[in-house]
Design a protein around this ligand. Sequence first.
Ligand code: APR
Length: 173
Amino acid sequence: MLMSSSRIQIISDDITRLPVDAIVNAANRSLLGGGGVDGAIHRAAGPELLAECRALGGCEIGQAKLTHGYRLPARYVIHTVGPVWQGGDRGEPELLVSCYHHSLRLAAERGIRTIAFPAISCGVYGYPLEAAAHIAVREVRNFLASDDQIGMVYLVGFSRDVCQVYEQALQKM
Ligand code: APR
């Protein structure tokens, strides 16, 4: 089994452009689209994505659901709902951990080998970036340490400063 950290890559890109098996969407509980990365994914995937999402009946915070990617280069979209930051003592860390865990578990179950995550909850939902990056890196490493199905996890920063925070979190691990 490859070392878990060698199966994590940090990249600065638009997640809708990545030709990976699955990209993760930072969605809301309705799964009916929104702004941020959710809006970008729905715009790039086209209307069939919304049609499939409608049939899913929503998603609870910390959970994850899978759809096809349609016009995206990615084959699948894993929709997960991150916590809204409320100061950190309302279960936000545990819910963010759950987003990464359930998204990875769903990917492994479906034979997905390459998966890309945006910085879940770090935009509209206001999660502090350093704390969220630490959770992302730790949870991905923990999952990969006991899984050999997934070959590569990309942590996607939409800007250089986000990537730098991810790099620091990875070095600290
Ligand atoms: N590619 C990669 N990352 C992106 C992209 C993109 N195309 N667009 C935005 N991001 C980044 C943001 O810069 C941020 O770092 O994704 C991270 C998550 O930000 P949001 O998209 O705002 O997601 P989140 O904070 O989880 O809020 C979710 O916003 O769009 C609505 O419907 C969504 O209600 C939900 C809420």
